[in-house]
Design a protein around this ligand. Structure first.
Ligand code: ADP
Ligand code: MG
Length: 242
């Protein structure tokens, strides 16, 4: 659905150098890389918030995809309750209130926030705020979900719950996900493909499919996951130490 062809990005220095990447419809891809390797820049390019300095980014669809973008900070409006925060993108699109309320209520269920419709962000935990942020990004039926370290600030238990729920939602809704994360285990556990960037200027040093079909029921605690983690971790560690 999305293709990067020889993409370069320069600010005062080179940030991304020759990125080639093809994203299939419905894929769940994680992007790992050292700090400053250009991970967030790739998401901004994919969302067309910024333009490449050189090269081409194309969408192979009839119409441009609807894009959801989620950041590490949930960035909610403190004066709006949960329902009204989630409704916001629909409101901006001019969707009628009765339709948008129904849609938002649907997403409140999907992200596990039932009963919190009327709570304000100040009354929510970090995990709940992130759930609101996820629902807000998906409420417009996005085709492509861009996630920039969305779980990085959460404690381990909350993080795992959100990861499981995201996985369930992705399996049901079948949109495409590009997830930037610092966590090797998160990348390997969640996605079908892991892309590793080099130290800046970022180049793709590994693009690896993760085949999970024949894996244990208890994948989270399996030897297979342990081995995959080790392989990807070694790649990244080599880069961080180079
Ligand atoms: P990552 O997300 O992998 O940590 P970023 O994509 O945020 O990396 O940034 C990559 C590099 O580009 C960094 O060195 C950063 O300082 C630089 N950079 C990002 N955005 C800008 C900008 N708007 N202006 C100048 N430099 C930028
Ligand atoms: Mg970043």
């Amino acid at each position: 659905m999305l293709k990067f062809t020889n993409v370069f990005k320069n600010y005062d220095k080179s940030v991304l150098a020759d990125i080639n990447m093809e994203v299939e419809e419905g894929e769940f891809i994680s992007i790992l890389g050292p700090s400053g390797s250009g991970k967030s820049t790739i998401l901004r390019l994919a969302s067309k918030l910024i333009k490449p300095s050189r090269g081409k980014i194309s969408y192979q669809r009839n119409k441009p995809p609807s894009i959801g973008f989620v950041f590490q900070d949930a960035t909610l409006m403190p004066w709006r309750n949960v329902l009204d925060n989630i409704i916001l993108p629909l409101e901006l699109k001019g969707v009628r209130r009765n339709i948008s309320t129904k849609k938002a209520a649907e997403w409140i269920m999907k992200v596990g926030l039932e009963g919190k419709e009327n709570s304000f962000p100040g009354e929510l935990s970090g995990g709940q705020k992130m759930r609101v942020s996820l629902a807000r990004s998906m409420v417009t039926d996005c085709d492509l979900l861009l996630l920039d370290e969305p779980f990085a600030a959460l404690d381990e238990i909350t993080r795992r719950k959100l990861e499981e729920d995201l996985l369930k939602i992705w399996k049901r809704e079948k949109f495409t996900i590009l997830l930037v994360t610092h966590s090797v285990s998160e990348a390997v556990y969640l996605s079908e493909r892991v892309i590793v960037l080099s130290m800046g200027p970022g180049k793709i040093i590994s693009d690896k499919k993760i085949f999970k079909e024949n894996f244990d029921q208890d994948f989270r605690n399996s030897q297979q996951l342990f081995d995959l983690n080790k392989t990807v971790y070694n790649l990244l560690a080599r880069e961080e130490n180079s």
